[in-house]
Design a protein around this ligand. Structure first.
Ligand code: SF4
Ligand code: FES
Length: 236
C-alpha cells in the first residue's frame, strides 16, 4: 500500500498512522489502546448498537462510536476523557439496573473498571422473562439479554444464513424472538451453536452446561433427555 494512502491521526496524544478502511477502534487497538466494547464481536458486523466504545473527537459535539467511525486524517481522539468515562459508566449502570448481567465476566469486569453502580437507577424495570427450554440443545433466558444483536447477525448473513432469530417488540419490551415467536424446533434453526458462541452473557446457553450449573448430575441429564425423547415420540 502506498505510504501516501496512510491516515495520520492522534489518539490520546499519540501520533498514529492507520491504514485506509480502519476504524478509530482498529487504529487504537493497533497501538495497544484498549477501548471497551459490548455489541462488537470479531465474527459479526459492527453496527454501533451499544455505544460502549464511544470516544471524544476534538471539535465534534457528539461522542463517536469507535467501532464504526472511520479513522480519518488529523482526527484528535481521546479514548478515556471524563466525558467518555461518564458515558460508559452510565451505559453499564443502565444495563446493570435492567438486565441480569451477573453471568457475564466481561460486563462484570467493565462494571468494576468504570466503578458503575448497578443500584443507581433503583426504579428501573428489570427484564423478567422465564427461561425458554423448548429443544434438546439450548436454553434461552432473555432476562440476561443486553440486546447486542450479535446472535441475530450470527444467525443471519454474518455466519449461518438461517435467519431463525430477530428483534421484536418496542422500547423496554424489545427482545430477541423467533419468527412469530415459534419454539426453536419449529423455526429455520439448525442448532449450529453460532448464536451461543457470540452471546456475551448467558442469555443463550448450551443446555447441558445450564443443567450442570443448576446442579444436575450427568446421569440425571441423560435420564431427563431419554424421558423427553419418549414424551416426544408419544406425542407425535
Ligand atoms: S441473546 Fe445474547 S447475543 Fe443475542 S442479543 Fe441477547 S445478549 Fe446479545
Ligand atoms: S462496541 Fe461500538 S457501539 Fe457497541
Amino acid at each position: 500500500m502506498a505510504k501516501s494512502e496512510s491516515i495520520n491521526l492522534t489518539i490520546n496524544g499519540k501520533k498514529i498512522t492507520a491504514d485506509p478502511g480502519m476504524t478509530i477502534l482498529d487504529a487504537a487497538r493497533s497501538v495497544g489502546i484498549d477501548i471497551p466494547v459490548i455489541c462488537l464481536h470479531e465474527a459479526t458486523t459492527p453496527e454501533g448498537i451499544c455505544r460502549q466504545c464511544v470516544v471524544e473527537v476534538d471539535g465534534w459535539s457528539r461522542l463517536a462510536p469507535a467501532c464504526i467511525t472511520p479513522a480519518a486524517e488529523d482526527l484528535d481522539v481521546e479514548t478515556n476523557s471524563e466525558r467518555v468515562v461518564r458515558a460508559r459508566r452510565t451505559i453499564l449502570e443502565m444495563l446493570g439496573a435492567s438486565v441480569d448481567i451477573s453471568q457475564s465476566p466481561e460486563l462484570k469486569r467493565q462494571m468494576e473498571k468504570y466503578q458503575a453502580d448497578s443500584e443507581r437507577f433503583p426504579g428501573a424495570k428489570k427484564r423478567d422473562h422465564k427461561v425458554l427450554d423448548d429443544n434438546p440443545f439450548y436454553v434461552r433466558d432473555y432476562s440476561q439479554c443486553v440486546l447486542c444483536w450479535r446472535c441475530v447477525q450470527a444467525c443471519a448473513d454474518d455466519l449461518q444464513y438461517t435467519y431463525a432469530l430477530d428483534l421484536g417488540g418496542r422500547g423496554h419490551d424489545s427482545q430477541i424472538i423467533t419468527f412469530y415467536d415459534f419454539p426453536l424446533p419449529e423455526t429455520t434453526c439448525v442448532f449450529c451453536g453460532n448464536c451461543i458462541a457470540v452471546c456475551p452473557t448467558k442469555a443463550l446457553q448450551d443446555k447441558t452446561e445450564y443443567l450442570v450449573e443448576k446442579g444436575f448430575q450427568h446421569n440425571e441429564i441423560r435420564a431427563r433427555r431419554r424421558q423427553e425423547r419418549q414424551e416426544k415420540r408419544r406425542g407425535s
